[in-house]
Design a protein around this ligand. Structure first.
Ligand code: URA
Length: 256
């Protein structure tokens, strides 16, 4: 993709994660950066990314504006870009991705794990997080207590949270029933601590929580906690295709 505006060569290369401005100046001085087939002599040279042909150490520079990463967030790490004390999800990325200034799309609690999208595409993030879009989010949870069909029906109708808010209809699937139960829950909104508070509303406690899907994006099972990968072109296309609310009609018609 070509950018609209010219920018300084050293700034562009730093943005692409090729090093600090100082390191890049050195690369340029050593004639290891070529622009349109000629060594660039000036770090302040203005280039049009995507139009000017740039090579670094003989390798063509693949210009892009955005990164889209799927992270399997480990428990114990904050869904944030920075924090004075705690480790944050962006710390799990190498410099070449951090250079794009990605941020997490939505939050997972510190003690929750699973699918977290990291991107610097604000428009896409806004689409995914917009309360009007009702993008579904599916969680796997271990719950202390016997989850029953009564809970399934309660969640389908919507439950009252501790602040008096009535949740939208949600789909609860029981995977294992016992004194401790395993479930999958799909919600179409994103209130603070929503899953934990929904179970609290029916007198149960979530002891383990992992997000496994968000809209069309499904957590890649190959990713171990702490691992990430770039989204495929197909996954990005699907995410960008989110337009109308994705709530299934039968749930939509349930009493809210
Ligand atoms: N619901 C929660 O309770 N916690 C999360 O991290 C996400 C949804």
């Amino acid at each position: 993709m070509a950018a609209k505006e010219r920018q300084r060569l050293d700034k562009l290369l730093a943005h692409m994660g090729l090093g600090t401005r100082k390191e890049i100046k050195k690369l340029i001085k050593e004639k290891r950066v070529q622009v349109n087939g000629r060594p660039a002599g000036d770090p302040g040279l203005h280039v049009l990314p995507g139009r000017d042909y740039i090579e670094v150490n003989g390798e063509p520079l693949e210009y892009r504006q955005y990164v889209y990463l799927m992270l399997n967030k480990p428990q114990g790490v904050l869904s944030a870009t920075e924090d004075r004390f705690a480790k944050v999800v962006v710390d799990l990325l190498p410099p070449q991705y951090r250079a794009f200034h990605p941020f997490p799309v939505g939050r997972l609690d510190k003690d929750a794990g699973g699918l977290l999208l990291l991107t610097n595409d604000g428009k896409l993030a806004h689409q995914l997080l917009s309360p009007k879009k009702h993008v579904p989010k599916t969680y796997y949870a271990v719950v202390c207590g016997m989850v029953t069909e009564i809970d399934v029906e309660a969640f389908r109708q919507g439950v009252i949270l501790d602040d008096g808010y009535r949740t939208m209809p949600a789909e609860l699937k029981i995977l294992r029933q016992g004194l401790e139960s395993e479930v999958e829950l799909t919600i179409y909104e994103g209130k603070y601590h929503q899953v934990k508070r929904m179970f609290a509303a029916v007198g149960k406690k979530v002891t383990y929580l992992k997000r496994i899907a968000m809209g069309p994006l499904v957590l890649d099972e190959q990713l171990k906690p702490g691992e990430y990968r770039e989204l495929t072109a197909e996954e990005i296309g699907k995410l960008q295709g989110i337009n109308p609310p994705t709530l299934p009609p039968d749930l939509f018609s349930a009493k809210i």
